[in-house]
Design a protein around this ligand. Structure first.
Ligand code: NAD
Length: 297
C-alpha cells in the first residue's frame, strides 16, 4: 500500500484564491485594503525566508504590506516603539513579529504589546485565553493550517484518536486544543507526546491521526504508524546534502519513504503544512480588516 499524498500547495492555492476574492469584495464595498505590519529583527534565515514568501503572498492576495527590519542589536525599546506605531496605524490590521527574537530581547513582552485585535499570529496571552474558552479569536496559523488540511482532505476527526507529538506554544499545544474542541475538524480524543513520553511508538501506533511537530528528522518511522493512519508532518529540518546547490535540503520529522508505505494519507515536506501557514496568516489578516471595517464575524 502507498499513502495518498496530501498536496498542501494545492489546498493553499484554493484557499488563497478564495481569500483574494474576499479582499477584492471588501475593498469594493468599504474601500478597506487589509494591511499587515511586519517587524523582522536580525537575520534568522528561517524568518527571512518566511517574510519574503509572505510578501509575495500578500501582494498576490491584493493586501498591503508594511515591512520593518531592525538589526540584531536592536533594543527592547526600539522594538516596542515600532509595535506601538503599528498598533496605532489604521492602515494596518495585523502585526507579525517573526520568532525567535535575538536572545537579549524579551519575546513574551513584545508579543504581549501587540494590540489583541491585530494579533493575527494568535500568540498574545489574551488571544490564547480566548481560544481556550471558545471565544472569537485568531487561530494560530500553523495549527489552523493543519486542521484545514485535514478538513479539505476529507479526514474525519470526530470520535477518532489523534496523537500529537510536541507541546510547544506555537504548534503542539494549539493543535491539541483544535483537535479536541467541539467544532468542525475537532472532537477527537487526543493524546499528547513529548520528550517526557516513555515508549513513543506504543502511543503513535494507536493514532488514527498522527500530527508530528518535534523538530527532529526521523522522529517517526513507518513501523511506528498504524496502517491506514493520516500523518501530518509539521517538521521542517535542514539536513546536509552536498548534491544540492545550497548544500542542504528540507526534511520533515517523519521518515517519508517508510511512512508512506504504511499510512493512508501523508503530507510531504516541503509542500505539506508549510504553504498552509502563510495562507492562514492571510486569512487572519483579512478577518482583522473585515472586523475593523465592521464587516467581520
Ligand atoms: P519546539 O522545539 O518548540 O518543540 C518541539 C516539541 O517536540 C517539544 O515540545 C518536545 O517535547 C517535542 N519532542 C521533541 N523530540 C521529541 C521526541 N523524540 N519524542 C517526543 N517528543 C519530542 O518546536 P516547534 O516550534 O513546535 O516546531 C516543531 C517543528 O515544526 C520544527 O521542525 C519547526 O521548524 C516546524 N514548524 C513548521 C512550521 C510550518 O509552517 N511548516 C511552523 C512552525 C514550526
Amino acid at each position: 500500500m502507498s499513502a495518498r499524498i496530501i498536496d498542501g500547495k494545492a489546498v493553499a492555492a484554493e484557499l488563497r484564491a478564495e481569500i483574494a476574492r474576499q479582499v477584492a469584495e471588501l475593498k469594493a464595498k468599504t474601500g478597506v485594503v487589509p494591511g499587515l505590519g511586519v517587524v523582522l529583527v536580525g537575520d534568522d534565515p528561517a524568518s527571512r525566508s518566511y517574510v519574503s514568501a509572505k510578501e509575495k503572498a500578500l501582494a498576490e492576495a491584493g493586501m498591503l504590506s508594511d515591512d520593518n527590519r531592525l538589526p540584531a542589536t536592536a533594543t527592547q525599546a526600539n522594538l516596542l516603539v515600532l509595535v506601538d506605531r503599528l498598533n496605532r496605524d489604521p492602515r494596518i490590521h495585523g502585526i507579525l513579529v517573526p520568532l525567535p527574537l535575538p536572545k537579549h530581547l524579551d519575546e513574551h513582552a513584545v508579543i504581549a504589546a501587540i494590540a489583541p485585535e491585530k494579533d493575527v499570529d494568535g500568540f498574545t496571552p489574551a488571544n490564547v485565553g480566548r481560544m481556550l474558552i471558545d471565544l472569537p479569536c485568531y487561530l494560530p496559523c500553523t495549527p489552523h493550517g493543519v486542521i484545514q488540511l485535514l478538513l479539505r482532505s476529507g479526514v474525519e476527526t470526530s470520535g477518532r484518536h489523534a496523537v500529537v507529538i510536541g507541546r510547544s506554544n506555537i504548534v503542539g499545544k494549539p493543535v491539541v486544543h483544535l483537535l479536541m474542541r467541539k467544532a468542525k475538524g475537532g472532537n477527537a480524543t487526543v493524546t499528547v507526546c513529548h520528550t517526557g513520553t516513555k515508549d513513543l511508538a506504543a502511543h503513535t501506533r494507536q493514532a488514527d491521526i498522527l500530527v508530528v511537530a518535534a523538530g527532529r528528522p526521523n522522529t517517526i518511522t513507518g513501523d511506528m504508524i498504524k496502517p491506514g493512519a493520516t500523518v501530518i508532518d509539521v517538521g521542517v529540518n535542514r539536513v546536509a546534502d552536498p548534491k544540492t546547490k545550497t548544500g542542504y535540503r528540507l526534511v520533515g520529522d517523519v521518515e517519508f519513504d517508510s511512512a508512506r508505505k504504511v499510512a493512508g494519507l501523508i503530507t510531504p515536506v516541503p509542500g505539506g503544512v508549510g504553504p498552509m501557514t502563510i495562507t492562514m496568516l492571510l486569512h487572519n489578516t483579512l478577518l482583522a480588516a473585515q472586523r475593523a471595517a465592521g464587516a467581520g464575524r
